[in-house]
Design a protein around this ligand. Structure first.
Ligand SMILES: [Zn+2]
Length: 121
């Protein structure tokens, strides 16, 4: 019989400052993606090691997605835009939607008037 191990993760386990060679310090950084300049922050140790807390990791992920969009590195699929007389809609291909569940919501983030990011939640 498998042994059960129960452990708790501290609510602050993924928030800075972190411990490395002493306590990490919050450092502001900038990254340019195309013509856009993004400011972000990281936790940095005196040894040079950098850490991201949960919010910083989400922010970095958003910057990387934007970078992929700008450099056209995202996988694209062309779909017909349908119109029901009132609104436009599109269908997701089965390969992408097989894990969607009833009750899921889609959050649309507007990049500009022709580009959007959709997150299924
Ligand atoms: Zn360190």
């Amino acid at each position: 019989m498998a042994k059960k191990i129960i452990f708790k993760i501290d609510k602050k386990a993924f928030s800075g400052p972190f411990k490395c060679h002493g306590e990490t310090k919050l450092v502001k950084k900038k990254i340019s993606v195309g013509e856009n300049l993004f400011s972000y922050s990281i936790w940095k140790c005196k040894c040079g090691k950098e850490y991201l807390d949960t919010n910083q990791a989400k922010q970095m992920e958003a910057i990387w997605i934007f970078e992929k969009m700008v450099t056209d590195e995202l996988i694209g699929m062309e779909r017909s835009l349908n119109h029901d007389g009132k609104m436009f809609f599109l269908r997701f291909p089965m390969e992408l939607s097989s894990h969607f569940k009833k009750g899921n919501k889609a959050e649309i983030k507007v990049v500009d008037s022709k580009r959007f990011l959709v997150e299924i939640k």
